[in-house]
Design a protein around this ligand. Structure first.
Ligand code: COA
Length: 298
């Protein structure tokens, strides 16, 4: 069977990557259709990062997304796992002289074996993400301070405030009006699952966006934030809970979220566990220095 590699050419390819990711999704997957859309569309820099797709009979069977200078995301149909060394070589070529890192899940044994063969070493002390899930039965009701309202966004009319609350929560201007407009236009964004808390003064105080994979009835929470002026009022818990109720209404059965699991950034994990999320797997950093020797696949 012939497999051809080609470079990413535009939004139709993002959808082809999402199709593979959706088709392959399970609780052993690194990626969900939602985080591909969120990560791809919200900054210009990320839009420039190189992506390659491997196709068999016109269908994408693997993709690799170099997050330069030193990171790689990838998804490979397990039936095509012999492609892994070629994909890692592609990334070696892009990373050049720099050390590089890949963060598979503990459950991705094919990938972890390929990384060891390719000269990567696990870094057990590195920061990691703890993948959490919960089912949507028995959700608590959102509890809000007086005068605050939870609601879904109303597309363009809310765009300024929606971007402002994200920028304030993350103390960053990487998400812009233009990039958020792109997010809103992307599959599978739904305004019904993009929730905010409106403060008495009209500002948006907190937000929670959920991406619904309706094939697996599983929504990904990405991202959540509370404006620094409104922290510790229960608003993140309230906006997530309200968004999870909306997900259940849209047919979702489960939700997942990936907070940091190490002690250096513990608050989001505490927040999600306070809403009933529980960890099910984690990322582990594999690092390769430029001088590492590549072992042949056996
Ligand atoms: C994480 C974040 C969303 C929390 O927002 P928040 O509105 O202040 O959180 P809440 O008031 O709803 O807190 C809910 C629970 O989370 C935990 N929590 C929140 N902030 C905490 C803190 N600073 N220290 C310890 N626990 C904390 C508590 O258990 C809290 O419940 P309690 O107040 O009843 O004890 C906010 O700090 C933020 O926007 N951070 C930057 C963006 C970010 O990291 N987003 C999450 C990425 S996965």
């Amino acid at each position: 069977m012939t497999i051809a590699m080609r470079r990413y050419t535009g939004p139709a390819d993002l959808r082809a990557m999402q199709d593979l990711t959706q088709h392959m999704w399970s609780t052993s997957s690194s990626h969900h259709v939602g985080d591909l859309a969120w990560e791809r569309l919200h900054t210009t820099q990320q839009a420039d990062w190189p992506i390659a797709l491997w196709e068999s009979q016109g269908k994408v069977v693997a993709w690799a997304w170099a997050q330069l200078p030193d990171g790689l995301r990838l998804e490979v149909d397990p039936a095509h796992s012999p492609l892994l060394p070629e994909i890692l070589n592609w990334f070696d070529h892009l990373a050049g002289d720099r050390p590089r890192e890949i963060n598979p899940l503990d459950t991705q044994s094919d990938l972890r074996t390929a990384l060891l063969r390719h000269g990567y070493e696990p870094q057990d002390e590195a920061p990691f993400f703890a993948y959490h899930s919960r089912d949507l039965t028995g959700l608590p009701e959102p509890v809000l301070p007086d005068g605050f309202i939870a609601r879904a966004v109303r597309s363009e009319e809310d765009l300024d405030r929606r971007v402002a609350v994200h920028q304030a929560a993350w103390n960053s201007t990487r998400v812009t009006l233009e990039s958020y407009r792109n997010v809103m236009a992307a599959w599978p964004y739904r305004p019904e699952l993009d929730w905010v808390i409106e403060a008495p003064d009209g500002r948006f105080a907190a937000n929670c966006l959920i991406w619904h994979d309706d094939l697996h009835q599983t929504g990904l929470i990405e991202p959540v934030g509370t404006h620094p002026d409104f922290r510790r009022l229960g608003l993140a818990r309230a906006v997530c809970t309200a968004a999870l109720h909306a997900l259940a209404k849209e047919g979702g059965k489960n939700a997942i979220v990936y907070p940091r699991g190490d002690d250096a950034y513990p608050v989001p994990q505490i927040l999600y566990q306070s809403i009933g999320f529980r960890p099910y797997t984690r990322t582990r950093t594999y690092r390769k220095e430029r001088a590492a020797v590549i072992s042949p696949a056996t």
